[in-house]
Design a protein around this ligand. Structure first.
Ligand code: NZQ
Ligand code: ZN
Length: 385
């Protein structure tokens, strides 16, 4: 195992009724901005609960955060934060609402001209506004990590950035808040978390059996519980198991001391920005293709994955790898996700612009061996057609 340092300051309140803790966690004299999305929380009653918990605080609302949140819209909240002297941010929603709130947190105190520079020029952040979250869609892990992904729609740039100051101070993980999710978003969340685990697991062995087994445990749980959530959406235990699996898939824990390969996400982000695929839709297409393209360098872990996660008994290593890739694709299909670019109307002619965007964003040496150059990305995209 490689050396690592781990610090995760996010306090988790997991389970029914935990929302009442927000009043204890937010400093009493705070000026709070309550941030949410397109209105799902008004339909399922969570909005009313949040308003009731915020009684006694001076709070404002900012709604309408879009899936794949945009810089353009989020900047409107930054203006409001400055005008109203907001000093605590409460994000209520999925990864998009949380990521947008993280951007607000670092952008509001930025002294330079354009906070987009924080992302593209990789600037350090100074003054930030503390934030807490109430998660409604288990998927991204944003509720317990320091990453955010923001889209600049005017230029089709969807870019991730990580700053230690963006860890939420607390997150409420109440599985009952996920009961109103349509099947499509449950499936997306399971596929997203599955891919997060794969990108920290499917590289090369560094003698880290504990990390491998944490990762395999999450994968197996998602494979078992995902279909149950789709067939019986009101089962609390299933929701709870999915919720904690998706958080642990990307709170930094399973990636400690092991190599990582985020190529699927980097290529996927370009597909979302250019062709409007949901985040998880892009991953379900690209992950199997990355597994196939890099099958030689990943062979040891691919075989381990095939045998331990899918229980493949074949003797031939090549057959184990082929079957493991096929089973992964079948799993995504069983969740209702497409696994081919063509199914989204994307053709060979469209691929050049994806590669061009990767180049523009400096994604020229992806993967755990940094061997995925632009030509390799083109091949990966072609395999996925
Ligand atoms: O906006 P509302 O009305 O709330 O509706 C949302 C949205 O339309 C709906 N929804 C959320 N909770 C619901 C619900 N509908 C009914 N009942 C509920 N309980 O679901 C839709 C999708 O929400 P969104 O937040 O966009 O989904 P997700 O959580 O998958 O987030 C995706 C975003 O996160 C980024 C992605 O790139 C994408 O922009 N990611 C962030 C990461 C991070 N910060 O670490 C890592 C990920 O890999 C990912 O890149
Ligand atoms: Zn993801």
């Amino acid at each position: 195992m490689k050396n690592f340092t781990y610090f995760n300051p996010t306090k988790i309140f997991f389970g029914r009724g935990q929302i009442e803790n927000i009043k204890k966690e937010i400093p009493p004299s705070s000026n709070v901005l309550f941030v949410y999305g397109g209105g799902s929380i008004k339909k399922n009653g969570l909005y009313d609960q949040v308003v009731s918990e915020l009684k006694g605080f001076n709070f404002y609302e900012f709604s309408g955060i879009e899936p794949n949140p945009t810089y353009e819209y989020t900047m409107k909240a930054v203006e409001l934060i400055r005008i109203k002297n907001i000093d605590f941010l409460l994000a209520v929603g999925g990864g998009s609402v949380i990521d947008a709130t993280k951007f607000m947190s670092v952008a509001a105190g930025y002294k330079g001209e354009d906070p987009w520079d924080i992302i593209i020029k990789k600037l350090p952040v100074e003054k930030t506004i503390p934030l807490g979250t109430i998660l409604t869609l288990p998927a991204t892990g944003s509720e317990m990590n320091s990453a955010s992904v923001i889209t600049r729609s005017s230029t089709n740039d969807k870019l991730g950035f990580v700053r230690a100051q963006m860890y939420p101070q607390f997150s409420i993980l109440d599985p009952t808040f996920t009961m109103s999710l349509p099947s499509k978003y449950i499936a997306n969340g399971v596929a997203d978390a599955f891919t997060h685990v794969m990108e920290q697991y499917l590289t090369y062995p560094v003698n880290s059996p504990i990390q491998d087994r944490f990762a395999e445990g999450i994968l197996l749980t998602l494979i078992e519980e995902g279909p149950k959530a789709l067939s019986n959406s009101q089962d609390y235990d299933v929701r709870a198991n999915i919720m904690w699996s998706t958080t642990t898939a990307l709170n930094g824990w399973i990636g400690l001391g092991v190599p990582q390969d985020w190529s699927t996400h980097m290529i996927g982000h370009e597909l979302t920005a250019l062709f409007d695929l949901d985040h998880a839709e892009s991953l379900a297409v690209i992950l199997p293709s990355v597994m196939n393209w890099n099958r030689k360098l990943k062979s040891e872990k691919l075989i381990q994955f095939g045998r331990r996660v899918w229980g493949i008994k074949e003797n031939s290593n090549d057959l184990v790898i082929d079957t493991a890739i096929q089973k992964t694709q079948e799993f995504f299909s069983s969740l209702g996700l497409k696994t081919r670019l063509k199914e989204y109307g994307i053709t060979n002619e469209d691929l050049a612009q994806v590669v061009e965007k990767l180049k523009e964003h400096g994604m020229i040496a992806l993967g755990e061996h940094r061997n995925i150059d632009l030509e390799a990305s083109q091949k990966i995209l072609q395999y996925a057609l």
